[in-house]
Structures are given as C-alpha cells and as structure tokens.
Design a protein around this ligand. Structure first.
Ligand SMILES: Cc1cc2nc3c(=O)[nH]c(=O)nc-3n(C[C@H](O)[C@H](O)[C@H](O)COP(=O)(O)OP(=O)(O)OC[C@H]3O[C@@H](n4cnc5c(N)ncnc54)[C@H](O)[C@@H]3O)c2cc1C
Length: 398
C-alpha cells in the first residue's frame, strides 16, 4: 500500500478540495484490509474516493482517504445466458464498458458520462434515463463490502436482502466496496432522435414524453418556452452521425464558455444566450445512430455547479411549471441552459432517491466559465424549496 501525506484532493469541477491526513493507495484487496486496520488502530475514519466526480464535497475528508483505482480487474465472467461479470470495485465505468464490449455485452443504461468508478457511481445512486430502467445500482447482483471491523461481507438480494439493499447506495458510510457483480445485456445500438417542442406541449403530453422512447429525456432552456425532447431506442441500423467541429467544439464549447464568461460582467445577456443556445443547437430535429455508450454519454462541457432532485414522476410537471414561473418573474436570476429532465423506474434500495416510486430527476446547472463564480444561491434556494414542498429527494452526489 502506498501511503502519502500532504495530498490535496479536488473534485472534478474543482469546486471542493480537502487535505486528508493520510492518502492511502491500495494496490491489492489485502491493502484495503491493511488500510482499515491502520485506521481502526488510530481511531480514524476512512473515506474511499472513486473518480472524484461528485459535484458536492461528498468524497472529501480531513482523515484518511483511500484510493482504490488499481483495483480495476475483471474477476470472473459467467458463461451462461445471464451475462454476469464480476469486477473489482475501483474499475471505472469506461473500463467496464470496454470489458463488456469485447464480450459483445453492454450496460443496459448509463448516465451522461463513464468517468466514474463503478463503486462511486452506485454509492450515490447515479442514474441514467428510461422509465423502465432503475438507477445504475439496480444492475448489481452482488457486492463485497469490507466493514470497519475488517470483515468481508458478500451480499446478494437472496442471501441478505436488507444489508444488500442498504449497501447498494451507501455513500461510502458502511464500509469499503471491493467487488461487484453486474448483470449486463447484449451489446446494442441506439437511434437517438431529438425534437424541439414547446414547454407547454411537453407538460400537456407528459405521459407520452416520459414513455415515448425506451430512454427518454428532455432539456428545457430557461428564459425560453422551448425544450428539446430526446428519445433513444434500440435499433439494428448502421451507425450514422454527423459532427461538425465548428458547431460542436468551436461554437458549442469554446464560444459558449467565452459567452458565459462575458455574461458574468453583463448578466442581462443570459436570456439571450439561452435563446441562442436553443436556436443554434436544438431548434431543428436531429437523428443519430450509434453504439449505446456513445449515445448515453455526451460531453458535459466545462466546470460547473449542479444540483439535482428526484421527485415522483407525476409531480414533476407541477415542479417544472413552478420553476419556470420563478425564473420568468424574478428579476436578476441567472439560470443557465439546460434544465435536464430524466426518468427512472422506482426501486427498493433503501437510500435510493427513486426508492418506492417511479421518479423524475430535474437537474439544474450553473457553469463556472474559466472558473469564475456565478451568483446562484437565490435560484437554487427557490428550486430546492419547490422540490422539497413536492416531496423531492436530493441526488446524494450533487
Ligand atoms: C460531468 C459529470 C456528469 C455526471 N453525470 C451524472 C449522471 O448522468 N447521472 C448521475 O446520477 N450522476 C451524474 N454525475 C454524478 C456522479 O455520477 C456521481 O457523483 C458519482 O458518485 C461519481 O463517482 P466517483 O467514482 O467519481 O465517486 P466519488 O465522487 O469519488 O465518490 C462518491 C461517493 O462514493 C463513495 N465511494 C466511492 N468508491 C467507494 C467504494 N469502493 N466503497 C465505498 N464507497 C465508495 C465515496 O466515499 C463517496 O461517498 C455526474 C458528475 C459529473 C462531474
């Protein structure tokens, strides 16, 4: 085990940092036991860090930080029809995607990126979209957790349903997850269609939007009445995608960040930017076909603050109407694009924000162009109040 002092940890968005007393890097599962023994003997707490992609300070600690990046091996693969792969828990999702692809398999669903570790992703209830698909943790068939007494527990829904459902989304608080088994599906392609639709029409056709595609989501552009509704469905069609460096990278990344930076001096520009963002990129329908990972994942651009709450899917139109009303009628509120709306099947994982109900996640974003702070507290306080009043639950990582 490598033991370092003086390490400063920063999350991906560089919005939180901490200086753990010791930074421990496990090179093997034995090292995890050693780290736990060391911490127990010295009366210290251990916080495991995955990829550090949580937008909040969830991974931060002033005590011992344990990095398990090197525990990233495939342990075993089932040879039957059930497509179970067991991996060490420090494996990143992009490594897992590759390990699955070489076997002709894939994850049934993914969030917007695959940079997270598999254990970090499940520990916070990370989700993708699709009303018939649960959060990522719902594809885990067993996990191995080493608790603070140094005992290893292999948990499944059959052998220990309570511990299993508690551990599946446990924020690093129950112990160190060292292994997980995942139920994969045959590799598949997705046809992704994006169609502009007015906000009011999305609200009126709510059920159609939620279940219109196998994986559906929509983005609403604040200060406009416009959304883009995205449907992703399995297809056997060949890959077809168009990409323009000028549009996607120059305008969509560099010019957008620069414009957002200018808007920090002239906040009145923000509604104009939101309208332009919609009209340049999303006002025309589009259709692409690609391997599932390339459709689920996309470029999340630059440094940002995000908050996301989960709400009963039936309550979400009311929440969105209230949020729109707040933004439209409150002077000086800066709301960047887009507000992202996704859907998740209810589950029985104790701390899952989707526990017990089909769920709609509403995510709001404030970009930090070139790292510059942008006023967001009034906007977020109003959003959080709306969500809390309607029975919302926060995303654990955001
Ligand atoms: C650009 C971007 C896009 C994102 N997109 C989505 C999205 O589409 N959907 C979504 O739901 N979320 C999304 N997130 C949030 C992200 O999925 C979560 O924050 C996730 O937890 C990050 O995983 P990580 O490996 O970086 O974990 P970290 O942030 O490093 O840690 C998260 C938590 O997991 C615990 N943990 C990590 N490994 C272990 C382990 N082995 N044993 C026990 N506990 C452990 C940590 O202690 C900590 O409490 C996104 C974040 C970013 C920055």
């Amino acid at each position: 085990m490598l033991v370092r002092k003086g390490v400063v940890f920063e999350n991906w968005a560089r919005t939180f940092k901490c200086s753990p007393e010791l930074y421990l890097e496990a090179e093997s599962e034995e090292d995890v036991y050693e780290a736990i023994t060391l911490a127990r003997q010295r009366g210290k707490r251990i916080r495991v860090v995955g990829s550090g992609h949580s937008p909040s300070d969830l991974a931060c600690t002033s005590e011992y930080m344990l990095n398990i990046d090197r525990l990233n091996k495939v342990i075993s693969v089932s040879d039957g029809q059930n497509r179970i792969i067991s991996v060490q828990a420090g494996m990143k999702l992009h490594q897992l995607n590759k390990a699955l692809a070489v076997r002709g398999w894939a994850m049934p669903n993914l969030g917007s990126i695959s940079e997270q570790s598999i254990s970090g992703a499940i520990s916070t209830g990370t989700h993708g979209t699709g009303i018939d698909y649960g959060i990522l943790a719902t594809v885990i068939t067993s996990l191995t957790l080493i608790t603070s007494d140094g005992i290893s527990h292999t948990l499944t829904a059959e052998s220990s349903p309570d511990y299993f459902h508690a551990a599946l989304c446990s924020l690093g608080c129950l112990g160190v997850i060292t292994r997980v088994s995942i139920c994969a599906v045959p590799a598949f392609r997705l046809a992704c269609t994006a169609s502009p639709m007015p906000f009011d029409e999305v609200m009126e056709k709510w059920d159609e939007v939620v279940s219109g595609g196998e994986h559906a989501r929509f983005w609403w552009f604040p200060n406009t009445d416009q959304c883009t509704v995205v449907k992703m469905d399995k297809t056997d069609e060949p890959i077809s995608k168009t990409s323009s460096w000028f549009k996607q990278t120059f305008l969509g990344y560099y010019a957008y960040e620069f414009s957002l930076y200018l808007s920090t001096f002239f906040p009145g520009m923000t509604p104009f930017l939101n309208r332009k963002h919609f009209s340049i990129f999303f006002s025309k329908p589009s259709r692409t076909v690609d391997d599932s990972v390339n459709v689920f994942n996309f470029d999340c651009l630059f440094r940002q603050l995000v908050t996301e709450w989960a709400i009963d899917v039936k309550q979400a139109p009311e929440a969105l109407r209230q949020l729109k009303e707040f933004i439209d009628t409150t002077p000086g509120v800066i709301a960047h694009s887009p507000v992202e709306v996704r859907f998740v099947k209810g589950d029985d994982i104790w701390l899952s924000p989707a526990q017990g109900r089909d769920t709609c996640y509403i995510g709001i974003i404030i970009y930090l162009p070139y790292g510059k702070a942008v006023k967001h507290k009034k906007y977020w306080a109003a959003y959080e109040k709306i969500m809390m009043d309607l029975g919302g639950r926060p995303h654990w990582a955001k």
